[in-house]
Structures are given as structure tokens and as C-alpha cells.
Design a protein around this ligand. Structure first.
Ligand code: UDP
Length: 322
């Protein structure tokens, strides 16, 4: 099959491209290298089935010429990372909204199946965990920049569902829960690569707030396999799926674990949110997915794997480049 991956030079996109090539697909990438990196796909460039287009997805003629050639589309290009969102809110909103709009328009002209990558951030600060796909989304005030990311991705979801309902465009929406793995950078705020970098270089490990907030970190390979299975399954069309691990850890314990796994002498320091971000910054205390819907869909292939966090962290640490 011929496949387009938007954002294919990003962290998740590059793992997806690698997997798709390994199972024999022809892979086209569009990436403007704004947060993605050539280093992520360097090892794929010698593969004759790999085609890289360094451009923005809002280049309509390029996008439609590639959509012409492919059978399915994975739309992963987006502005990601709390730090980037806080620093560049206009870029975040415009990239997420205009990019998805362009992809849905182009794919709907040819009625090709498209996966829209969304995020667990859309659940906002809802305290009703675990989160189910049809739960309410509780987004904070528009004066707090953080929520622009959730809101822009929620709008992407609404637009995708609208294309499905009005034009019968086969869409699949996936909400990722704190994906981690080799090649992820801490540059845009993601906690695991940040802590590993700090631990390996002997710098203080910076826990924001009281460190009691908790997350479920999900191994990127499991995410990639899950989205490929969803795209192969006709029943996934017009639906939203949580994709994530259900193993929860507090950020404070994550810091201790990474310190121990790296045998680091770094001290663990606590930084108030206002100092790390902006006054009034809101974080969610817990974020746990209900994955029964996903597990049901993947039941024929053994369900969503339980990949232990320790095992995943060890793998990331082993491959980490300072
Ligand atoms: N975090 C932290 N120190 C850092 C970066 C992040 O304590 O240097 C915290 C952050 O406040 C959040 C959690 O780690 O509570 C996960 O952050 P990340 O940005 O990776 O993902 P989020 O769950 O916020 O989307």
C-alpha cells in the first residue's frame, strides 16, 4: 500500500514511518521540520520506498498530489509540547487548525481513509478518571494559554467528525496518552526525555508543582502498532479511540525512578508551576485512559500490550543521545 504520514519526521511519525516500511508499504512524508528533525528519519532515507517532502501541509498542491498517490493517510503533523504551546500559542493554534483543515479537505476530495492524531489533553482538567472517549471535555479559561492546545485539537476532532457525518469521509480519531520512546526530545517540554537528560548530565531533575500529579506513559511502538491495526480495521471508521498505557506513576516517583535507573547523582528539585510556565498555570492531577474500546478493536491481534514502564525507560536511557 502507499501511505502518507504528515509529521513523519517527528517523534511518533518517524516510528510510524519506520514500521510501515518494515511491513512493505511505500511511505510518503510531508514535514516542515518545525519540530520534527531529519535525524529522526536519517536511517530511512536510503530505502527506495521512502519519500520525504520538506514542506508544510498547507501547501495545497503538494498535499493533493501526494494524496492522489496514496491509499491511506496518517495525519500526525501538529504543534506539540506544553512548553511550545505556552511560548508560541498562535503557531500552535494555526498549525493544528489550518493543518487538519487542509488534510481533511484534500482527503475528502478522493474519499481516502484518514487517521487524525489527537491527544489526551482534550480531556482537559476533568477529574473523572479513567477517561472514556464519550466523556465530557473540561477545558479551562481562554486566558490560560495551555488550553489552546486542547481546544485546537478538540476542534480538529469536531471537524473530522463533521467530514465523516456530512461527506462520509472515512476518518479515525486517536487520543494519545503521554507517548514516550527513543528519539523523543525534551526541547518542547516532554517530561521523560527532560528528566533523562538532566539525570545523565548530573543537572537537577526539575519536578514541577508538588510532583503528586500522575500520568500513564505509553511506549511509542505500542502506539504505532495500535494505529496501524485501527487503520486496517473497517469498524474503526467514524470513531474516537484512547491509546495509552494504564500504568500510572506520579511525576515525583518518575523522577526517583529515572535517577535510580541512570545511577545519577542529580538532586531532585521542586519548581512551582508559575516559575516553570505562567501565573495561574493549570495542570491535571491524573490522566488515565479507559482503553476498553481500543482493546475490543484489537482483540483479534492480542489487545493493547502491557509494556512495563521500567522496561521502556531502560530502552530510552540506553538509546539516549545527550
Ligand atoms: N513536568 C515536570 N518537569 C518537567 C517537565 C514536565 O515536572 O521538566 C511535569 C508536567 O508539569 C506534567 C508532567 O510532568 O505534570 C507531564 O508533562 P509533559 O509535558 O510530558 O506532558 P503533559 O502530560 O503535561 O501533556
Amino acid at each position: 500500500m502507499n501511505v502518507l504520514v504528515t509529521g513523519g519526521c517527528g517523534f511518533i511519525g518517524s516510528h510510524l514511518a519506520e514500521k510501515l516500511l518494515s511491513i512493505g508499504h511505500e511511505v510518503y512524508i510531508i514535514d516542515d521540520l518545525s519540530t520534527g528533525s531529519i535525524n529522526n528519519i536519517k536511517h530511512l532515507q536510503t530505502n527506495p520506498k521512502f519519500h520525504l517532502n520538506k514542506d508544510t501541509i498547507t501547501n495545497d498542491s503538494l498535499l493533493s498530489s501526494i494524496v492522489d498517490k496514496v491509499d491511506i493517510i496518517y495525519h500526525l503533523a501538529a504543534a506539540v509540547g506544553v512548553q511550545l504551546v505556552m511560548k508560541s500559542p498562535i503557531r500552535t493554534i494555526e498549525t493544528n487548525v489550518h493543518g487538519t483543515e487542509a488534510v481533511l479537505k484534500a482527503t475528502s476530495k478522493q474519499n481516502k481513509k484518514v487517521l487524525i492524531a489527537s491527544t489526551s489533553e482534550v480531556y482537559g482538567k476533568s477529574e473523572k478518571v479513567p477517561y472514556k472517549e464519550d466523556d465530557n471535555l473540561l477545558i479551562g479559561a481562554s486566558t490560560l494559554g495551555r488550553w489552546s492546545y486542547a481546544c485546537s485539537k478538540a476542534l480538529d476532532e469536531f471537524l473530522a467528525m463533521a467530514y465523516w457525518k456530512e461527506k462520509k469521509l472515512p476518518v479515525v480519531i486517536t487520543r494519545f496518552f503521554n507517548t514516550i520512546g527513543p528519539r523523543q526530545t525534551g526541547q518542547y517540554g516532554m517530561v521523560v526525555p527532560r528528566f533523562i537528560k538532566q539525570a545523565l548530565s548530573g543537572k537537577p531533575i526539575t519536578v514541577y508543582g508538588d510532583g503528586k500529579q500522575a500520568r500513564c506513559f505509553t511506549y511509542v511502538e505500542n502506539v504505532v502498532n495500535a494505529i496501524i491495526s485501527l487503520m486496517e480495521n473497517k469498524e474503526s471508521i467514524g470513531q474516537v479511540f484512547n491509546i495509552g498505557s494504564t500504568e500510572e506513576i506520579s511525576i515525583e516517583n518518575l523522577a526517583k525512578k529515572i535517577k535510580q535507573l541512570t545511577s545519577s547523582s542529580s538532586e531532585i528539585v521542586y519548581i512551582p508551576y508559575e516559575q516553570a510556565h505562567e501565573h495561574g498555570f493549570e495542570d491535571m492531577r491524573r490522566r488515565i485512559p479507559d482503553i476498553s474500546k481500543l482493546s475490543g478493536m484489537l482483540s483479534k491481534t492480542g489487545g493493547f500490550p502491557k509494556h512495563g514502564l521500567d522496561e521502556t525507560l531502560k530502552l530510552i536511557i540506553k538509546n539516549f543521545k545527550l
